[in-house]
Design a protein around this ligand. Structure first.
Ligand code: SAH
Length: 254
C-alpha cells in the first residue's frame, strides 16, 4: 500500500470556509497531524488517529507525518488558513528536501485554504484591491534586520502590507517597532485594520488611523493590515464601521 500525505488548509475558523476539497481530504484520512487546536477542528470518527502536537516543532511534526505516510497511512497535516502561508506546507517540503530519499516517492498534495489576510479583508471591504504584500513579523526563523528591511521596502513601494504573526509573549516588542517604522513613512491617518480571530466566535475587528494604534491592540490571533497611501474609508449611512478600500487605479482614474 502506498501512503498519501495531504497538507490541508482549514481556513480561518468558520467551518463554512473549509473548501469541499479540503473536507474530502480530511474525510479520507487515517491520521490527522498538527498543532492541537487545529487537530481539534477536525470532526472525530471511529478509527481516525489524531496526533496533536505543540506549535514549536513544525519540522519534527512534518518528519513524523512523512514517516506515517511512508508506512502506508493516508495522512492529513492540518494548518489554519492556507497551509502554504507561513505554515506547514513549507515545513513538509523542507523535511522532504533534507530527509529520507524514499519520501521523494510519496504522493504529497496541498489543499489550499482561505488565509487570514483574505478573510480579514473581506470583513471590512476591499483593502487589498490594489497591490499588496504579506509578511510574517516573526523573527524566529529570520533575523529582525531582514524583517525591518522588507517592511521598509514594502512601505516605500506603497504596498498595502498584511502582517502575520504580529506579536506573542516571546516577541513582545516587534510590532511596536514596526508601527514606529510605519509612522516614519505613512501618513498619521493611514487606515490600519486589526482583525482578531476572524471566523471564530471571539472575532473582533477594528479600523483605526495609524496615529491611534499601538501594539497592545493585537495578539497572536490578530492580523494587522496597513493601508497604502491610496487606501481610504467610506463612511456608511447605516450603523457600523466604515468600509475600507484601496482602489485599483493609482492616482487619478485613467
Ligand atoms: N496559515 C495561516 C497563517 C499562519 S501564521 C493562514 O493562512 O492564515 C499565524 C498568524 O496568522 C497569526 O499570528 C495571525 O496573524 C494570523 N491568523 C491566523 N488565523 C487568523 C484568524 N482567524 N484571524 C486573524 N488572524 C489570523
Amino acid at each position: 500500500m502506498t501512503g498519501l500525505l495531504t497538507i490541508v488548509g482549514l481556513g480561518p475558523g468558520d467551518p463554512r470556509y473549509l473548501t469541499p476539497a479540503a473536507s474530502e481530504a480530511l474525510a479520507s484520512a487515517t491520521d490527522i497531524v498538527g498543532y492541537g487546536p487545529y487537530v481539534d477542528r477536525v470532526r472525530d470518527r471511529p478509527g481516525l488517529r489524531r496526533h496533536a502536537s505543540d506549535n514549536r516543532v513544525e519540522l519534527d511534526r512534518a518528519r513524523f507525518a512523512l514517516g506515517l505516510a511512508a508506512d502506508g497511512a493516508r495522512v492529513a497535516v492540518v494548518s489554519g488558513g492556507d497551509p502554504g502561508v507561513f505554515a506547514m506546507a513549507a515545513a513538509v517540503f523542507e523535511a522532504v528536501e533534507s530527509g529520507e530519499p524514499a519520501w521523494r516517492g510519496l504522493d504529497i498534495r496541498v489543499e489550499p485554504g482561505i488565509t487570514a489576510m483574505l478573510a480579514a479583508a473581506a470583513r471590512v471591504g476591499a483593502p487589498l484591491g490594489g497591490d499588496f504584500c504579506a509578511m510574517s513579523l516573526s523573527d524566529n526563523l529570520k533575523p529582525w534586520e531582514v524583517v525591518e528591511a522588507r517592511l521598509r521596502a514594502a512601505l516605500a513601494a506603497d504596498f498595502v502590507v498584511a502582517l502575520y504573526n504580529p506579536i506573542s509573549s516571546a516577541r513582545p516588542w516587534q510590532l511596536g517597532a514596526a508601527f514606529g517604522i510605519v509612522s516614519e513613512i505613512r501618513r498619521p491617518d493611514t487606515p490600519i485594520i486589526l482583525a482578531r480571530a476572524v471566523g471564530r466566535p471571539d472575532e473582533r475587528i477594528r479600523i483605526l488611523p495609524l496615529a491611534e494604534v499601538d501594539s497592545s491592540m493585537a495578539d497572536m490571533s490578530t492580523i494587522v493590515v496597513i493601508g497604502a497611501s491610496t487606501t481610504r474609508l467610506i463612511e456608511r449611512t447605516a450603523a457600523g464601521e466604515p468600509w475600507v478600500y484601496t482602489p485599483r487605479f493609482y492616482g487619478v482614474r485613467p
